[in-house]
Design a protein around this ligand. Structure first.
Ligand code: MN
Length: 322
């Protein structure tokens, strides 16, 4: 997934200033963002008022979209640095290609993790023959300083741990929960879990008090810690919880994201996570000049995505709240 904003702004994120040390229930509305010509996504992070939850720094939720007789997702080759992309499908399939030569079809319940490190390029598309519905989430994880120059890597995991309780089924797709650990590589303490609730289902999800968390409903109406959460909104939960009550009167589905608050200040622009505007500018130049840093994505029927113009405004000073 790519940020296709024609004029993205530099955004500074991270640090402890915005982290709620105590449990809170802060409802954040996503905003609709066009993704190419055929897809629209709900961007839940970064959003007005909150930019990160742990190391999770980007959350797009898309669908369920009827893509019968439509191309579906078509995201041309584009670069990333300094982050991991976490692809999680709830319906349909997405074909991933990258500059390492990976070619992988993702389906619901399977995990695609791409560690960009120093630099990688990839494309994402609905296969020519695809299911009628496309539904999923594209998530980014900021890499800590010690890992962000790492060599790029692609991982696919089809066998993920599942916890079942009280009519709920929780797949741990990143990190660990209640001893269930995903095989997806992480570089900071975090968790990503997919919770499916049957009608009348409910459970208390075990949490780490040192983590901050947020929940987003993807289908149905799920009650999270007393708040009825409709699809397309994110409930920020803060830190200091050892469990989280979730329930649903009718079938529902949510994603729970959490992690140790990310101490480092990061700079995000377009598809890059770095520590300064200069680093971002260098990555943009490398992509524009087709530098070997990002390699080449083979097999995508279309041109690579050009980088948007670099903003002329200087980076906002630290700590300023948008
Ligand atoms: Mn991407």
């Amino acid at each position: 997934m790519s940020d296709l904003d024609a004029a993205p702004r530099l955004a500074e994120c991270g640090g402890r200033a915005g982290v709620a040390a105590e449990p809170v229930r802060e409802l954040l509305q996503g905003r609709s963002v066009p993704l190419g010509e055929s897809t629209e996504v709900r961007r839940l992070l970064p959003t007005l008022g909150r930019r990160m939850v742990g190391a999770w720094c980007f959350v797009d939720h898309y669908g369920p979209d009827d893509i019968v007789d439509r191309p579906g997702m078509q995201v041309p080759p584009h670069p990333h640095i300094g982050l991991q992309t976490v692809s999680w499908l709830l319906g349909g399939e997405v074909l991933h290609r990258d500059s390492l030569g990976s070619l992988q079809t993702l389906t619901p319940g399977t995990l695609g993790v791409m560690t960009a490190g120093h630099g990688i390029a990839h494309s994402e598309e609905s296969p020519a023959a695809h299911s009628p519905l496309l539904h999923g989430a594209q998530l980014w994880v900021a890499l800590p300083d010690g890992a962000r120059a790492t060599a790029p890597a692609w991982e696919f995991h089809g066998d993920l741990p599942v916890l079942e309780d009280g009519g709920t089924r929780t797949t741990v797709f990143m990190g660990e929960m209640a001893g269930a650990r995903s095989a997806g590589t992480t570089f900071s303490p975090l968790v990503g879990a997919d919770v499916t609730l049957a009608a009348g289902g409910g459970t208390r999800l075990p949490l780490e008090p040192d983590f901050e968390y947020a929940a987003l409903t993807t289908l149905g109406a799920v009650n999270v810690d007393g708040v009825d959460l409709a699809p397309g909104s994110l409930l920020y939960l803060g830190c200091g919880r050892s469990e989280l009550q979730v329930s649903a009167a009718s079938p529902g589905h949510l994603l729970l994201l959490g992690g140790e608050p990310f101490d480092e200040q990061i700079v995000m622009w377009w598809n890059f996570v770095a520590r300064s505007g200069e680093e971002i500018g260098a990555a943009r130049a490398d992509w524009t000049n087709a530098d070997a840093r990002f390699g080449e994505v083979h097999g995508y029927a279309g041109d690579r995505l050009p980088a948007p113009p670099f903003p002329s405004t200087r980076l906002k000073p630290r700590g300023r709240v948008r």
